[in-house]
Design a protein around this ligand. Structure first.
Ligand SMILES: [Zn+2]
Length: 343
């Protein structure tokens, strides 16, 4: 006859197995993609940029997260340039660093051969990590906050190749005029018990940062949007899902690249205000959502939506598509390396 002790041990064992199964089940859900891109196929232009850029046109190439290459056939400018995209495992449990081979392969595939400037949205690793290496490979200048410039110094860039942001002051590069605007990062969130909120006592990277380092060593250091004028046309690039009230009141943009990560995870009031302060104020003819892809996967395979662990791609798109269709604003999504001629 089994003793009380044996029964209790067996009960504990079954309990442990049950918890383990619940944990594995919920983690496998969390590690699934938060959307099915097949449902949005009609929003992709399916262009690969094989045709030369028509004279006077500006072509955009999407390189994942908030990395966008703009090219008018004479001058190229790039935001971020985050191409290494280390795995989730490596990012969470190990140190990360730029992979020059991956970066070079993206430079070649995207035909980055007349790049003049790289503008970094903020200094989290999924924006800034590879920017100095792209600058080195292409001889382009790196524009950023003091935190970004410290990442540049850590990577061995000279001060002559780096320019500190001066928000509000236009910078002319070829036929592009870029104005850096102060912005705000996506509201902080917790993932596996860790928050990505900036420590108010340590808001910047204040000494040269050289990899390999922990992902958390890349501190935000301020978030910035870019207003880019080319001829009569204007592009606004906004990487983070947040807004500064009234910041766009006197601005119009023909094309808006808009970070939508975690939009539908925010309170409905925030979503409404975000829409009002960005799309409704800028009144773009074309909206291109960005920072929706799972950046733990390489750029060499088709982009997939962010993981359920920290985002809801379907929820984000549902909100954006409903509101933009009411206002008849065209929405396009771009796959990795996919191009679109903006105007
Ligand atoms: Zn960030």
């Amino acid at each position: 006859m089994p003793t009380l002790n044996t029964i209790q041990t067996k009960q504990k064992f079954y309990q442990f197995i049950m918890y383990l199964l619940i944990f594995l089940f919920s983690s496998s859900c969390a590690f699934r993609s938060s959307g099915d891109l097949h449902l949005y196929d009609s929003y992709f232009p399916h262009e690969t940029g094989l045709i030369p850029i028509p004279k006077g046109k500006v072509r955009a190439t999407f390189l994942g997260t908030a990395s966008i290459l703009l090219d008018d056939g004479e001058t190229q400018i790039l935001t971020d340039g985050f191409f290494t995209r280390p795995s989730l495992w490596k990012t969470a449990f190990s140190k990360i660093e730029s992979d020059p081979v991956t970066i070079q392969s993206v430079i070649e595939k995207a035909k980055i051969d007349h790049l003049k400037a790289i503008f970094v949205c903020h200094s989290h690793y999924d924006h800034v990590m590879d920017s100095p290496f792209v600058a080195k490979q292409t001889k382009a200048k790196l524009y950023g906050s003091s935190s970004t410039l410290n990442v540049g110094l850590g990577a061995g860039l000279s001060n002559e190749q780096m320019v500190l942001f001066q928000p509000g002051t236009p910078i002319v590069i070829g036929k592009f005029t870029i104005t850096v605007l102060e912005s705000k990062h996506t509201p902080p969130f917790r993932i596996l018990g860790k928050t990505n909120a900036t420590d108010p006592n340590h808001p910047n990277i204040d000494s040269p940062l050289a990899g390999p380092v922990k992902a958390t060593d890349y501190i935000e250091g301020g978030t910035f949007d870019f207003l880019i004028q080319h001829g009569k046309n204007k592009i606004l690039i906004k990487s983070s899902t947040n807004f500064v009230e009234g910041a766009f009141d006197k601005i119009h943009a023909d094309v808006l690249f808009l970070g939508i990560a975690q939009l539908s995870l925010q309170p409905i009031l925030f979503q409404e205000q975000f829409y009002k302060e960005t799309i409704q104020t800028l009144k773009p003819k074309l909206l291109i959502p960005i920072h929706w892809d799972n950046f733990f996967k390489p750029l060499s395979v088709p982009l997939e939506p962010n993981l359920k662990l920290g985002d809801d791609f379907d929820g984000n798109l549902k909100f954006i598509l409903k509101r933009t269709s009411e206002e008849k604003i065209q929405v396009q999504l771009l796959q990795g390396f996919e191009t679109i001629d903006l105007f």
